[in-house]
Design a binder for this molecule. Structure first.
Ligand code: GAR
Length: 205
């Protein structure tokens, strides 16, 4: 009998390059996991196409079809619970999650953000790093709590910012690192190497 695979659900809204990085890591056997479901809150997001191409179960859940965030998230919770997943991965999912959702999967939701948190949480992180004249930026994988981009940090990668950078060039440099640290963070979790302690994540030996 093959060993039980660690099950992921990936939530997306757009291009899905981080979803692709996770798929690629699984295919290379760097990650002993399977993606049980991909959920998009944006119809026809390119990420959905990527998921289809790899034979993954994918569906679009339209937040606008529900009267409020709670009823939308209740459906989201039900769908995810029905797959008995171990970890919820936000990969460019551009919607803030409410308390009910976060409580339902407490300590089992992670996100990737294109800045060195706690600097530049929220939208347009790369643009704001440039506007502030930051000399370095990067990306952060963190556990999700009720604060926007505020949960315990798992891992980060740093990139330099050059004088002639624009939002596109900086985003691209950061994205390259995202594709490395996101699957790596998932691996640390599935190998049981992380413990949350207050605001911090402890990396166990
Ligand atoms: C990535 O840069 C990710 O860090 C960012 O959206 C992009 C999604 O790209 N996420 C956030 O800004 C969340 N606060 P992708 O769809 O190609 O993975």
């Amino acid at each position: 009998m093959s060993p039980k695979k660690f099950k992921l659900v990936v939530l997306v809204s757009g291009r899905g390059s981080n979803l692709q990085a996770i798929i690629d890591s699984i295919k290379k056997n760097d990650l002993q996991a399977e993606i049980s479901l991909v959920i998009s809150n944006v119809n026809h997001a390119y990420a959905m196409e990527r998921a289809h191409e790899h034979g993954l179960e994918v569906f679009f859940l339209n937040p606008k079809s529900y009267p409020d965030r709670n009823s939308y998230e209740n459906i989201l919770i039900e769908e995810i619970l029905s797959k008995s997943v171990d970890l919820v991965c936000l990969a460019g999912y551009m919607q803030i999650l409410g308390k009910n959702f976060i409580d339902a999967f407490s300590g089992r939701i992670i996100n990737i953000h294109p800045s060195l948190l706690p600097a530049f949480p929220g939208l347009n992180a790369q643009k704001r790093a440039l506007e502030h004249g930051a000399r370095f930026s990067g990306c952060t994988v963190h556990f999700v709590n009720e604060e926007v981009d505020g949960g315990p940090i798992i891992s980060q990668a740093v990139v330099p910012i050059f004088d002639d950078d624009n939002e596109a060039s900086l985003s691209e440099r950061i994205l390259e690192q995202e594709h490395i640290i996101y699957p790596e963070a998932i691996r640390l979790i599935l190998e049981g190497k992380l413990t949350i302690s207050g605001r911090r994540t402890i990396h166990n030996k």
